[in-house]
Ligand binder design. Structure first.
Ligand code: HEC
Length: 109
């Protein structure tokens, strides 16, 4: 009985820990998928024009010293403005995936 009482909190903690680890794994896995999706959306719809403007792979637009985007919020607005002026009708999720991708890769806010 004493043994059982001592043992219980340990298994309980292990359960919580396992669930927490699983949760971390699932959320990080999802965000990797979201990043990939963002990368693809960006590749398919956005890069060509930026590249034609600037040469290279166009990413200089995001890394130049006087870049327009200066915060996560203005990045969200810029992505929204571009996709809407192109008539892409992206969902909020799609916009967020591209925003997430650009932030991870270039802006790092
Ligand atoms: C038809 C051409 C064209 C297309 C297509 C295009 N852009 Fe742009 N984009 C521009 C131009 C031009 C600028 C630079 C504006 C400036 O420097 O004032 C720009 C700038 C940006 C910037 C800001 C860079 C900075 O200075 O920080 C972001 C972010 C951006 N575009 C995202 C996108 C996304 C996302 C898409 C796809 C949905 C897209 N663009 C498609 C022409 C385009």
């Amino acid at each position: 009985m004493a043994n059982k009482l001592l043992y219980r909190p340990y298994t309980y903690r292990m359960k919580i820990l396992t669930i927490a680890l699983l949760f971390c794994f699932i959320t990080s896995h999802l965000s990797a998928a979201d990043l990939q999706l963002g990368s693809k959306l960006h590749q398919d719809n956005c890069i060509a024009c930026h590249t034609a403007m600037t040469g290279g792979d166009g990413s200089v637009l995001y890394t130049r010293e006087n870049r327009r985007v200066t915060s996560l919020d203005s990045l969200a607005k810029q992505v929204n403005r571009c996709q809407s002026s192109l008539g892409l009708n992206w969902s909020t999720d799609q916009q967020q995936n591209v925003q997430h991708y650009l932030n991870e890769k270039y802006y790092n806010f």
